[in-house]
Write a protein that binds this ligand. Structure first.
Ligand code: ZN
Length: 139
């Protein structure tokens, strides 16, 4: 995810408002990008509208006239990154290439070692946990 956050930073850094706060603004921009992309990698299923979320975090550092351009950059890289994460997930791999594991715990309390279903955080035995979570979230 490092390359995505760096790429966004490189494109947006020259657009930051130049004033006495631009050093802090750029640092904040970089941190926000890193946070957003690492969250996308780790927690894609619970990260709704990642492009909108990152844009809201960083938009204060850009002039009004550049906001649309900033959003387009963020949206473009987020789409590519989401596709990349989803692709790895279909292959049963996390973003760093290690095999995905089910997020549930066994009855003994140890982490479940089974491979999750494609597009899910849980293996077939623990699939019901995801459905429960979605129902609670939707209620
Ligand atoms: Zn499991």
């Amino acid at each position: 995810m490092y390359q995505f956050s760096r790429a966004v930073y490189r494109e947006l850094s020259p657009l930051v408002i130049e004033d006495g706060m631009s050093v802090e603004a750029r640092r904040d921009l970089l941190e926000a990008c890193e946070r957003a992309f690492s969250r996308l990698a780790k927690d894609r299923h619970y990260f709704a509208r990642p492009a909108r979320s990152l844009f809201n975090d960083i938009r204060i550092h850009f002039p009004m006239t550049r906001q649309m351009r900033v959003y387009r950059v963020v949206d473009r890289y987020m789409s590519v990154a989401s596709g990349y994460v989803a692709q790895r997930e279909q292959e049963g791999l996390s973003i760093d290439g290690t095999p995905l594991c089910c997020h549930a715990s066994t009855r003994k309390g140890t982490p479940c070692q089974r491979v999750p279903l494609p597009g899910s955080k849980y293996c077939p035995s623990h699939k019901h946990l995801e459905e429960t979570f979605v129902e609670i979230a939707a209620a």
